[in-house]
Design a protein around this ligand. Sequence first.
Ligand code: ZN
Length: 310
Amino acid sequence: MLKICGKVLESGSKLKCSLGPEGYPMPVTLVSGKNPGKTLLITAQIHSGEYAGTPAVIRLANEVDPDMLDGNLVLFHLVNITGFYEGMNAYVPEDHGNLNGCYPGNTDTVSGRIASFFVNEVFPFVDAVIDLHGGGMNERLSPCLFYPGANDDVRKKSIEIADATDIPVFIMSRSTTGEVGYAGNILGIPSLLLERGYGGMYEKEWGDKYYRDLRLILDNLGMYHTDMVTACEKRDFTEAIYMESADNGLWYPAVELNQVVHSGDYMGKVEDLYGNILSKYYAQADGEVMYYRTSMNAVKGHNLVSYVLY
Ligand SMILES: [Zn+2]
């Protein structure tokens, strides 16, 4: 049996519905397995221009057989639905709130109420959280995932789930204000933020790979069997640098995805609109580029290059 957000499902049943704070219905599938087990929350598109997770969640929602499931699934197909239809890269258009930075939320803004809804109505009833992202419209990105590093127990349990996926790079996160950061680092729920795809695009390969990741995770949690296995080698990084622009201007990157950089290597420049150099960027340590800005508009305080440290 699954009881959540005012819904009650008998064991061995599935319900397609809408859930969310008042006035903000999000498409959801709830699945109550025939046998007891863990309750897993999966969310897609808290950042509305990061598409690859949604088709995978919809496919899982449609294909999963409740009679073969141990435990429960709480599947949010598309969280930032107003941003999706407004063509927003990431933020909630009503207040420009970032659902990966506004937890635990509030009652004053739409993004705050969405975060508060998850904190109060969803997180207390789940055993693990998987949140599906991708590089946004402004960037290219190499598949990676973030796990909470606040305490040994949640870190260990999160990495065990991560090991089941096909994602090759793990990055420890100390964030406490995102969905996964709050669930993992504040509430101690094993959680992962997965990243696949980029550029405000959807490619079938990315959705298919996300579907595989989800099936592998469900198998790992003892919830839903698959014969799929992962042969992907993993690397774990505890430190990363998120290099921000010091200026507004034109951004000219000089890095590639997965490029190995050494301390002092040139990474790009920002010029003003007359061609004068405002700032040049150099690697501050040895590492590897995981994602970088591809759009030309450098915005002060916004990310230019992110690289994990060796
Ligand atoms: Zn994102």
